[in-house]
Design a protein around this ligand. Structure first.
Ligand code: DAH
Length: 442
């Protein structure tokens, strides 16, 4: 559930991000150059199939297609709409809290790059666009990487002052117990009549953790807003979110909340909210005052507003004590039967099956990205892969080639696997890595 790349600040502003300059150009270049997507497009795909099907709709493949059938198959699951599923229970809790907000939960996961990025003012070189991080259906269409992709579209309808939009979102990512290529987000958005803002947005912030002026050099009020406008919207936002989180975590008396300055291309000022949960700070959501250009472009020039986006799995994992993100996708009755509508209960773990570790080492060509290898593992091993870790990396002193060693932890959620069975999967991972990524096995 990385939200990191969305929080990437343009280089000119701040250098603190995980993306350094040379990496950015290398990561972005493939979008135009058909690398490495073309290779990965062949994963798990019948050679003759020149289109990608998403929920019955066909999209032509092209050189930038990197989505595989393992991933597209997930679009039909709709866990957030499955009654008695923890994701649905949590979704409904939040919907019950924001009772007057319109509920939107059946938007199509295939969106244009315009919707997912441009409409939200992502710059052309933003790392979030990189095919190492995003599933491209083709050059113009992606599996949405966040629920914000629908902001413009919903705003344009001008149907509701506030809405909550829940959906499955897709990101190419590492593999471990808290990352899965599909997860669920909820987006909340509220707008106000600019002429009537004092009355519509006024809240009493006494007794909350909303302190200090919104104005700061790194988290500025937009030029299009007066300081007072930004202050009112910002306070309404943070007040609303504190209320929601206190309601969600109602069992935790005196829940500590803090606001961390953040950056998103589509809001300013922007924040991340963290709560102190069982001794550690947990990042729950990103939010901010919507960039006025987005409002203007969406036929809402007369209004101002705020938006937030939260990852439902991350919250569900702590609220229900669910230790492994793959469990959400399980159809095992021992998991599903533990939950029922409206109830937040602690998950009772059933015994874990044994883990089986296998290492693979190879020489990498230039442009290799760890997420590409993760994708191969995901495609070959599916949910059998619990964790993939880079355990060694070195550069050959003479040839300057880089060798990487990954340790894959195979563990089934529902049975004990034989070593023989895992060996077969491992052989296939090696073969597919060599043929699709062009790495040289060692
Ligand atoms: N879309 C962001 C993400 O996926 C989360 C987010 C941040 C949504 C700020 C918003 C927002 O609407 O205002 O990380």
């Amino acid at each position: 559930m990385t939200t990191r790349w969305l929080g990437y600040r343009p280089i000119a502003k701040v250098f603190s991000n995980r993306f350094l300059l040379p990496q950015i150009s290398r990561r972005i270049a493939p979008i135009c150059q058909a690398w490495p997507c073309r290779n990965l497009a062949s994963l798990n795909t019948p050679a003759a199939d020149d289109s990608v099907e998403i929920l019955g709709q066909r999209f032509p493949r092209d050189k930038n297609t990197n989505v595989t059938t393992t991933i597209t198959a997930k679009t039909a699951r709709l866990l957030h709409r499955q009654p008695n599923h923890p994701i649905n229970i949590l979704k409904r809790r939040i919907e019950a809290h924001f009772e007057n907000y319109k509920v939107v939960d059946s938007m199509n996961p295939a969106v244009t790059t315009q919707q997912n990025f441009d409409s939200l003012l992502f710059t052309a070189d933003h790392p979030g666009r990189a095919p190492t991080d995003t599933y491209y259906i083709n050059s113009n269409t992606v599996l949405r990487t966040h629920t914000s992709a629908h902001q413009s579209e919903v705003l344009k309808t001008r149907e509701a002052e506030g809405y909550l939009l829940t959906a499955d979102v897709y990101r190419r990512d590492e593999i471990d117990v808290s990352h899965y290529p599909v997860f669920h987000q909820m987006e909340g958005l509220r707008t106000f009549d600019r002429k009537n803002l004092e009355a519509e947005a006024a809240v009493n912030v006494a007794g909350t953790s909303i302190k200090g002026a919104v104005l700061s050099e790194t988290n500025p009020v937009q030029l299009a807003h007066t300081t007072r406008e930004a202050e009112l919207v910002d306070q309404h936002l943070r007040h609303s979110l504190e209320g929601m989180v206190r309601d969600l975590f109602r069992e935790e008396k005196d829940l500590e909340i803090r606001w961390i300055e953040a950056y998103f291309p589509f809001t300013s000022p922007s924040w991340e909210m963290e709560v102190l949960y069982r001794g550690s700070w947990l990042e729950l959501l990103g939010c901010g005052v919507i960039q006025q250009k987005i409002m203007d472009d969406a036929n809402n020039a007369d209004r101002v507003g705020w938006a937030f986006g939260l990852g439902l799995e991350r919250i569900a994992m702590v609220m229900f004590d669910i230790p492994d993100i793959r469990l959400f996708w399980s159809s095992d009755e021992r998991f599903l039967s533990q939950f029922s509508s409206g109830q937040i209960v602690k998950f009772q773990p059933f015994s874990k099956y044994p883990a089986c570790y296998k290492d693979v080492s190879f020489w990498c060509n230039e442009g290799f990205h760890d997420n590409d290898f993760a994708e191969v593992v995901r495609d070959v091993a599916g949910d059998m892969a619990e964790d993939v870790k880079l355990i060694d990396k070195f550069e050959h002193p003479k040839t300057k080639r880089v060798s990487r060693c990954f340790r894959i932890n195979y563990r089934s959620m529902d049975r004990t696997c034989t070593n023989e069975e895992v060996d077969k999967i491992q052989d296939e991972v090696r073969r597919v890595a060599a043929t699709t990524l062009g790495v040289e096995l060692r």
